[in-house]
Design a protein around this ligand. Structure first.
Ligand code: BJW
Ligand code: ZN
Length: 268
């Protein structure tokens, strides 16, 4: 029963012109063209593990060395990646909105920092950030751009090296304040999102009159409920995705293809 408009660039242009409060919700697909692997499907494997099975507090408790190796790899990939044309198109749209005194913000599920590096300023990072660590004990958060993140993780995290000795907890990253084990500042499955971050995202979603949804499978909550709630208020949602994701069937517009191409074209 979908009345979705497929690749309707002209129709979208009219909607974009009228919008005063725009929100873009982004997922792993927006960074795929920057060389950062997505989570689901074949791209989501690291060694013999599904990336999502390592992104849990249980996995970290059971094997902090393995999970830190995974994040050492992820940090390396993200720190060396460059923003692509889709990230840049959103930064340009933000500038244009500011000039017109309209509102624009990016809500991202990504932890790679590429929106900021592309020049976006209004960014809500739902799932944390790879360039921060948090203490497992006192919860102190610090920015950490070290590569490797600690000496013991030097040359570790190679996806093809299956036989690595575990690193002892005393040699893994430590809190600068209390010297306890630190972990990546990432929201893992089963963990709550930061309430202030969630509040900010909810406000943006509730007040937008156009929602762009870019490169996400929309299976992870709470982000997965944002676009449907915009539709429920009768406001348009435009999806940019290489696939026709089942969760996104009812959206107003669908632009198929790589968002590094479709998004700059649609945002003109
Ligand atoms: C392109 C492209 C190109 C490719 N161009 N497109 C309600 C119902 C059911 C379950 C729950 C619920 N509420 C909470 C839950 C539990 C859970 C959840 O949602 N589970 C589902 C799997 C069912 N949620 C949570 O636990 C969240 N916490 C929470 O809600 O707390 C309260 C609570 C807890 C427990 C129970 C109930 C309430 C926390 C979620 C944290 C997610 N963390 C991760 C990992 C950390 C990040 C990291 O290490 O890097 O975040 S999981 C992973 O998935 C990552 C992503 O941000 C997230 C979303 O994935 P995304 O971005 O959509 O990527 P993909 O790979 O899935 O899709 C890529 C898309 O791009 C595809 O569509 C491609 O086609 C497309 N694409 N190339 C355009 N070039
Ligand atoms: Zn501490």
């Amino acid at each position: 029963m979908s009345k979705r408009k497929l690749n309707d660039y002209a129709g979208f242009e009219k909607v974009l012109k009228e919008a005063k409060n725009i929100v873009a919700l982004t997922g792993a697909g927006i960074s795929a063209e920057s060389g950062i692997p997505v989570f689901r499907g074949a791209g989501g494997l690291w060694r013999n593990y599904q990336a999502t099975s390592l992104a849990t507090p249980e996995a970290f408790r059971a094997n902090p060395s393995l999970v830190w190796e995974f994040y050492q790899y992820r940090r390396n990939v993200a720190f060396n990646a460059q923003p692509n044309n889709a990230h840049k198109a959103l930064a340009i749209l933000e500038d244009e909105c500011k000039r017109k005194k309209n509102n624009f913000a990016v809500i991202t599920q990504n932890v790679d920092g590429l929106h900021k590096r592309a020049g976006s300023e209004e960014i809500v990072e739902l799932h944390g950030a790879l360039d921060k660590i948090i203490c497992t004990k006192c919860k102190h958060i610090e920015v950490n751009l070290d590569s490797p993140v600690c000496e013991a993780l030097k040359d570790r995290g190679d996806p093809n090296n299956l036989n690595q000795e575990p690193i002892m907890i005393k040699d893994l990253p430590k809190c600068k304040k209390c010297d306890s084990l630190a972990r990546p500042y990432i929201v893992w499955f089963g963990e709550s999102l930061d309430p202030q971050v969630m509040e900010k995202a909810r406000n943006l979603v509730e007040n937008c009159d156009l929602c762009l949804i870019i490169g996400t499978s929309s299976v992870v909550y709470p982000a997965a409920m944002f676009a449907p709630s915009v539709l429920e208020r009768g406001k348009p949602v435009a999806e940019f995705n290489i696939s026709e994701e089942p969760a996104n069937e009812g959206f107003t517009f669908h632009f198929s293809g790589k968002c590094g191409t479709t998004l700059p074209k649609a945002l003109g």
